[in-house]
Design a protein around this ligand. Structure first.
Ligand code: PFF
Length: 446
């Protein structure tokens, strides 16, 4: 059993580092752009406040009390049938699926850091060709950058909770905030700033379809790293006497502010240059570099800063994605950290390579199953099915299975009675029902 604990600031940094990731800077802006802006943002914010934060506290609570990996947590905390509840710990394997495609995207970002120095594409068309070529044709380059991202992540986690994860987060998170702040201040001077605020904060309800409503709910899970035991696992290394409610609240606030800040920066550029907000996943990789290139050398500086920030955000999340499976193998099978990571790496690496080739045109047919490429299957299976399912299981477990007295005993130190009752109601009824709706929608209607 590992006993290393985060320092006081270390836990918040690590949990915020996990939450703030590609989901905030890459996914959130393009999803807001595709789903009509303000109304989508409002639903996402309401979900974070009323569902996400509640499940976040539930995960922290489980990790804090059990101090074990996610499988043992269910086993130990269930008053009876612990041997059956341990299967709820299936979520420790979700990370393997997410990491394999997440590190591919970090690899793309690494390549864009290089491009930003010397050869930004000058038109949106050439930017599209560049991105399409990287993903669909020149597999070797993509493969090299994937390897860099993959082994960097594993190396950090091999170093352990304190020397690896905590250290990286304590260095990278403040740098990320500084870069984003500088970009934010710059974007305030551009004409597109007002339009960006209007787009993101004035809800136009006519643009919100049923599907986008549920997408906003699903994204709140992804962005807060909920539903696969990441937060639970980090919480096993909480320092003694940490106010878990305050820390959870702070992480949710940091995550939300960074998503909104990144959204404002990106849409300021989009509107400043009259580009379209609804371009989907290419928004950051295709539109932005082309727009930056119009600013000359300043554009190169902004572009490098932006992609470095994105890489930092991605790496601090990637390490959190591997940690639950690592702790599980260490705790349950007495493996060393290095051995457990070797095992995880072998599986994840194979999945990653398959995902890369599923996007390469000449090989894609070997890696297409049920009409979907392997890359998309990994993304879909994890964010549409496994994360929401994991979140629902956690909410159900804490709300209905764990003894209320046990839950109350810990949380009452940090919450008033009214807040506790509200939180308990939210975990029991709102979180479970809302997540069931997200899943039913994803599985049957989209
Ligand atoms: N929250 C991360 C992001 O927004 O990019 C992604 C993520 C990390 C999801 C860790 C799940 C997880 F366990």
């Amino acid at each position: 059993m590992e006993t290393a604990r985060f320092g006081r600031i270390g836990f918040i940094m690590a949990a915020a580092g996990s939450a703030v990731g590609l989901g905030n800077i890459w996914k959130f802006p393009y999803m807001a752009g595709q789903n009509g802006g303000g109304a989508f943002v409002l639903v996402y914010l309401l979900t974070v406040v009323f569902i996400g934060l509640s499940i976040f506290i539930a995960e922290v609570l489980m990790g804090r009390i059990s101090r074990g990996d996610s499988v043992s947590a269910f086993e130990e905390l269930a008053p009876k049938h612990g041997n059956l509840w341990k299967y709820a710990g299936f979520m420790v394997f979700t990370g393997i699926l997410i990491l394999s495609f997440y590190t591919i995207v970090i690899g793309w970002i690494f390549k864009y850091i290089f491009i930003s120095f010397y050869s930004l594409p000058t038109t949106v068309e050439s930017a599209g060709t560049l991105f399409g070529g990287m993903v669909g044709v020149e597999w070797f380059q993509q493969f090299v950058f994937f390897n860099m991202a993959f082994f960097l992540t594993i190396w950090i986690v091999v170093r352990g909770v304190k020397r690896g994860i905590e250290k990286v987060n304590i260095i990278l998170m403040p740098l990320l905030v500084i870069i984003l702040l500088a970009l934010f201040l710059y974007s305030m001077t551009l004409d597109g700033f007002q339009d960006a605020l209007h787009f993101l904060f004035y809800p136009d309800w006519s643009k919100l379809s049923g599907t986008s409503l549920l997408k906003a709910v699903g994204h709140a899970f992804f962005t807060l790293s909920l539903g696969m035991g990441t937060i639970m696992t980090y919480a096993t290394s909480l320092p003694k006497n940490e106010d878990i409610v305050k820390s959870s609240f702070m992480v949710a606030v940091i995550d939300t502010l960074i998503a909104l800040g990144a959204g404002i920066i990106i849409f300021t550029f989009i509107f400043h240059f009259n580009a379209k907000p609804s371009q989907g996943p290419g928004l950051v990789f295709i539109s932005l570099p082309a727009l930056f290139s119009q600013l000359g050398i300043l554009g190169n500086v902004i572009s490098v800063s932006f992609f470095v920030a994105l890489a930092f955000a991605g790496i601090t999340s990637a390490v959190s994605i591997v940690e639950p499976t690592t702790l599980y193998l260490i705790n349950r099978f007495g493996m060393s950290r290095a051995k457990s990571l070797t095992l995880i790496s072998i599986v994840t690496y194979i999945f990653g390579v398959m995902a890369i080739f599923s996007n390469v045109k000449v090989y894609s047919h070997y890696f297409t199953y049920f009409g979907k490429g392997y890359f998309d299957i990994l993304d879909y299976l994890s964010s549409a099915i496994l994360l929401p399912l994991g979140g629902m299981v956690i909410a159900f477990f804490v709300g209905f299975v764990m003894q209320k007295s046990r839950v109350h005993a810990v949380l009452s130190k940090y919450m008033s009675e009214t807040v506790f009752n509200l939180w308990y109601f939210s975990v029991k009824y709102i979180a479970t029902t809302a997540v069931a709706l997200v899943m039913i929608n994803k599985l049957f209607f989209s």
